[in-house]
Ligand binder design. Structure first.
Ligand SMILES: [Ca+2]
Length: 279
């Protein structure tokens, strides 16, 4: 009986809080990633103390939070992000559909602050990616690819850090595991993306004599990316999602996602894996 009363009080508080919050304008550094009509889609508007990322949001809801747009606060200011809750509380930092109507051929400033639509194709923003991955605590990067036959491949880099703007948002990746090929820390295509700085059409930080972000394939520029000289993977080229042999112009992929999440603080290690480590 007492449990029911507590539950009813909590429900009432949420409803009242929700009503008040609905009339308040949303304060978020990347409000431009939603249309005004989409503001009602923000699922945790009444929250006074915001989670730092989607995983924290999922934990604070005891695993009940559903997929959608949430307010999070990884740095000084709140931002909005798409949370992939069903997959374990990932904060989505990139989503692209092949031949997207969202233009990924953008400037440094646009890649810094994010562009596109949180409910569709978008880049969350390098500044937010930096704030998320710098912690406290380690973060990992998840990549998910879906090809034209709806076959899904995925992988994780643990840890993952995107450095600050002064370091040109350099990408730092740890160990890889997954069903997709490791296209960022392996140089099987002679290009290595780990440890590279970010390049856009107006800021050339790559290792090629021209600007990789400006190089076109069938009239579409590469877009911003952590280019080497140039790429073994590029998920921001709108007409060909590229991930070595998993996604390319011969083997078309339809969707890609990049997302981040805290590394597990305690890892369950099976005895089999222990033996492997000892070898
Ligand atoms: Ca160059």
């Amino acid at each position: 009986m007492r449990g029911l009363r507590c539950w009813l009080l909590a429900l009432l508080a949420t409803l009242l809080g929700g009503e008040g919050a609905e009339s308040q304008p949303i304060q978020a550094g990347n409000l431009h990633l939603l249309t005004t009509e989409e503001h009602k889609l923000v699922l945790n508007r009444p929250m006074k103390v915001l989670p730092r990322d989607c995983h924290e949001m999922l934990m604070s809801s005891s695993g009940q939070a559903r997929d959608g747009v949430y307010l999070i606060q990884p740095g000084r200011f709140p931002i909005l992000a798409w949370c992939a809750m069903q997959e374990g509380g990932w904060t989505v930092v990139q989503h692209i559909t092949v031949n997207s109507s969202v233009n990924f051929d953008r400037t440094w400033a646009e890649y810094k602050q994010g562009f596109g639509s949180l409910t569709g194709d978008h880049w969350l923003g390098n500044q937010h990616l930096h704030e998320l991955t710098q912690g406290p605590g380690r973060y990992k990067l998840g990549v998910k690819l879906v090809d034209k036959d709806a076959v899904t491949k995925a992988g994780e880099y643990d840890p993952c850090l995107v450095e600050d703007e002064g370091s040109a948002y350099r990408l730092r990746l740890g160990l890889y595991q997954g069903t997709a090929l490791d296209a960022l820390t392996q140089d099987t295509e002679n290009y290595l993306h780990d440890n590279q700085r970010f390049t856009t059409k107006d800021r050339d930080n790559d290792n090629y004599f021209q600007n990789c972000a400006k190089l076109e394939f069938q009239g579409v520029a590469g877009g911003g990316w952590w280019y080497d000289a140039c790429a073994g993977a590029n998920l921001n080229r709108r007409n060909v999602i590229y991930w070595q042999r998993d996604c390319n112009k011969e083997h078309l992929c339809k969707y890609a996602w990049m997302m981040v999440k805290p590394s597990e603080s305690v890892k369950l290690v099976h005895s089999g894996e222990c033996k492997k480590d000892e070898l």
